[in-house]
Design a protein around this ligand. Structure first.
Ligand code: AMP
Ligand code: FE
Ligand code: FE
Ligand code: ZN
Length: 283
């Protein structure tokens, strides 16, 4: 049976490899299905979709959306939506702008702390991709403020005064309605390190379709717990490696090994097809 990785990043957000490199590596690793889930952008997916057939990978539209739930930032994975849907395009455009404004505020805060850093340096590090704290982390490393990527988060970017800067991200209710309206399905990303069981139940009651049961941050007990939770609530099971490329992620060894089976992909695609059919009938 084919293996699938439904959580990966490219240089269209904070991953460090191109969509083409990722597809080729996925093929080498024996994956059948891949979703590129860059933070708040589908530009990596749009590049990949043109070459996926030639490389021999089934590619599913995907994106990891940062959004607000009870004033808290949550990451929601969206799959198999119509990538030309205007509401999706508008949502992702606003998310990109919000990321830029937030990064300007982050840079200002670091400058106030005496760090010699400007927005343009961080932007250059993102080389055209959707900007995020990992890009600032790399600049801090290059400028020798920190020696490692995790240290940049411990000493600067993960501090409350940075984390508390308003993000301007969309509310979860909007994300749910836009993605579903575009025939897509949604899954709670990496719940393990993020939520208590009560919180995840509350979060699922917003109308999310699935749980990312399989993720490198989940030990076997967590995989089992979330898979049982999904099964009893008749929700989709999703999973993947959260690959960000070699230099940025402790998750690199998991690419090709942290995978899910094709039956979960089929269930996800069926849910999306039904949603698209209903949408078409309503029009
Ligand atoms: P942002 O999208 O700007 O909020 O940045 C979040 C991204 O930074 C995550 O998707 C991870 O790739 C990375 N990240 C967040 N926290 C840490 C951390 N403590 N150590 C390393 N990477 C992190
Ligand atoms: Fe990331
Ligand atoms: Fe995430
Ligand atoms: Zn991710």
């Amino acid at each position: 049976m084919g293996k699938a990785d439904l959580h990966t990043h490219t240089d269209a957000s904070d991953g460090d490899c191109s969509a083409e490199f990722l597809l080729k590596r996925a093929k080498q690793k024996g994956l059948r299905t891949l979703a590129i889930t860059d933070h708040d952008t589908i530009r990596g997916y749009l590049k990949a979709v043109e070459i996926a057939d030639d490389i021999g990978i089934e590619l599913i539209p995907g994106v990891e959306i940062s959004c607000l739930w009870n004033n808290r930032e949550v990451h929601i994975l969206a799959y198999s939506f119509d990538t030309e849907d205007e509401e999706i395009e508008s949502l992702l455009r606003r998310q990109s702008l919000a990321r830029k404004a937030r990064m300007r505020a982050i840079v200002k805060k670091l400058q106030d702390q005496g760090v010699d850093l400007d927005y343009e340096e961080v932007q250059a590090e993102a080389y055209g991709g959707n900007i995020g704290r990992p890009h600032a982390a790399h600049v801090l490393m290059k400028k020798q403020y920190v020696r490692s990527f995790p240290e940049a988060f411990v000493r600067y970017l993960g501090k409350p005064e940075i984390k508390n800067i308003e993000t301007g991200y969309a509310e979860i209710t909007e994300v749910l309605s836009v993605v579903k309206g575009a025939g897509g399905v949604l899954s709670v990303a990496h719940p393990g390190p993020m939520y208590t069981d009560t919180e995840i139940e509350d979060l699922l009651s917003t109308g999310i379709d699935g749980i990312e049961c399989i993720h490198p941050s989940h030990n076997f007990d967590k995989q089992k717990k979330y898979t049982e939770m999904a099964k009893s609530a008749q929700l989709l099971v999703t999973g993947g490696s959260d690959y960000h490329g070699r230099s940025k992620s402790e998750y690199d060894p998991y690419f090709g090994t942290v995978t899910i089976g094709e039956q979960h992909v089929s269930a996800l695609l069926r849910t999306s097809e039904n949603r698209k059919r209903i949408r078409k009938d309503l029009r």
